[in-house]
Design a binder for this molecule. Structure first.
Ligand SMILES: NC(=O)c1ccc[n+]([C@@H]2O[C@H](COP(=O)([O-])OP(=O)(O)OC[C@H]3O[C@@H](n4cnc5c(N)ncnc54)[C@H](OP(=O)(O)O)[C@@H]3O)[C@@H](O)[C@H]2O)c1
Length: 395
């Protein structure tokens, strides 16, 4: 089976490495026919070309792997390949979160598959298992640690009592974090993964505009305050559904140290779902990196080769955002005075504590939507304020 790889960076070259070096039975017969790269890189391999038309017009190419990243031209190249009757495998969460339904519709119209296991949770077989659970169950909740860089930062801050900026710098030196780390630390990368995961889990159109609060403002004092209560802080994605109502959020969460979520080390991920009969199911593994991510891409290629049917999304029901589905107590840390905070939070406040010269406000159980509105109002006056949900056991 001939494939073409669009973009030969970290993930694309990992796909090439697995296909050429691993010798399992399942990989036999998979052959790289083209690598689409920019003109400046063409000297690197005789397989490289810079003309997408050549690839989509070659009838012998059955699968196109998109590992270029970004929105355009990835979006138009994926549509071109699907429309030319080629299966497409992509790792590109940004373009998938935006155009998932369009890609599925185009694939269905042309009788081909659009698969994207690597886009959420890297090497973790997450999407595959959501489909599997849905063969029997309704999934009413998903949550998890979907970003290795932010987990690395929080884990090392907690273990070493180190400041955010120092650990971020180390993550950048190790190649875990980009020079511009905002997608990882402000939660946008997680937003994309949550949109994709929730679309499949709930059969809903891609979620838009849910509240997101990242870890840019987390301080070593916050980690120490959490530790003093036998807790730690993790950056979590969460989505819930009830019938045709749903809600989603990306935000830091305070977990008791006894929870699995609290124990996820380094740049690992944990992805979790709750289904009608299976109950809680959790998947742990490497959420990024050249070979783990390429592994997930190649699993999709093998599924296509072996004719394993992957279902498609059916977003028939229109979902409504329902803020009442998510509520919790929250912790807010600020340098504002207690009276300034009281003016904004009013009767949401349960208690106020001073810790290492900072004000820590605990809020009573409140809807996530309302709490994020309060946090935004606080951040207008104190741009370095920090918010974390206090995790409660589901009842
Ligand atoms: N890295 C991970 O661990 C990971 C994990 C999960 C998902 N992903 C996703 O996988 C995708 C690829 O990530 P990556 O880390 O492999 O990125 P990367 O290392 O930057 O690789 C992308 C490659 O595509 C090339 N490229 C970009 N636009 C192109 C175009 N128009 N035509 C031809 N080639 C083009 C780039 O060339 P230049 O370098 O010359 O621009 C580069 O070689 C992204 O969507 C990312 O979100 C990555």
């Amino acid at each position: 089976m001939k494939i073409a790889i669009l973009g030969y960076g970290t993930v694309g070259s990992g796909v090439g490495e697995i296909i050429t070096k691993q010798k399992t039975q399942a990989l036999q017969g998979i052959e790289i026919a083209y690598i689409l790269e920019k003109t400046k890189n063409l000297h690197k391999s005789p397989l490289m070309c810079d003309d997408i038309e050549k690839i989509v017009n070659d009838k012998s190419v059955e699968v196109v792997v998109e590992t270029m990243g970004g929105i355009e031209p990835a979006h138009s190249f994926i549509l071109k390949a699907l429309s030319a009757g080629k299966h497409v495998v992509s790792a590109n969460k940004a373009v998938i979160a935006k155009y998932l339904k369009e890609f599925h519709d185009c694939a269905n119209a042309h009788g081909v598959k659009f698969l994207y296991e690597a886009s959420c949770g890297g090497g973790i077989p997450w999407i595959h298992n959501i489909w599997n659970v849905k063969r029997i169950d309704e999934i009413d909740e998903i949550h998890g640690i979907f970003n290795g860089t932010s987990n690395y930062i929080l884990d090392h801050m907690a273990k070493e009592h180190a400041p955010f900026a120092d650990v971020l710098k180390r993550a950048q030196d190790l190649g875990y974090a980009e020079k511009d780390p905002s997608a990882d630390i402000d939660g946008y990368d997680i937003e994309n993964k949550l949109k994709i995961s929730a679309s499949i889990a709930f059969d809903c159109d891609v979620l838009q505009d849910f509240p997101t609060f990242g870890i840019r403002n987390v301080r070593k004092e916050d980690m120490e305050y959490a530790a003093s209560m036998h807790k730690t802080i993790k950056l979590m994605a969460s989505a819930k559904r009830k019938g045709t109502h749903c809600y989603a959020v990306v935000e830091p969460v305070l977990y008791d140290l006894s929870y699995m979520e609290a124990a996820i080390p380094e740049n690992f991920n944990l992805t979790c779902l709750h289904g009608t009969t299976i109950g809680d199911l959790k998947f742990y593994g490497q959420g990024a990196g050249k070979l783990p991510t390429a592994h997930a891409v190649v699993q999709d290629i093998i599924d296509i080769k072996e004719g394993i049917i992957q279902p498609t999304i059916h977003p028939e029901q229109s979902f409504v955002y329902d803020a009442s589905l998510m509520s919790a107590p929250y912790m807010l840390r600020t340098t504002l005075t207690e009276s300034d905070v009281k003016q904004i939070l009013q009767d949401a406040i349960a208690s106020v504590t001073e810790y290492q010269g900072l004000l820590y406000v605990t809020c009573k159980e409140i809807t996530t939507a309302q709490m994020h509105q309060y946090a935004n109002a606080i951040c207008k006056l104190d741009s370095k304020a920090f918010l974390a949900r206090i995790h409660q056991e589901a009842v």
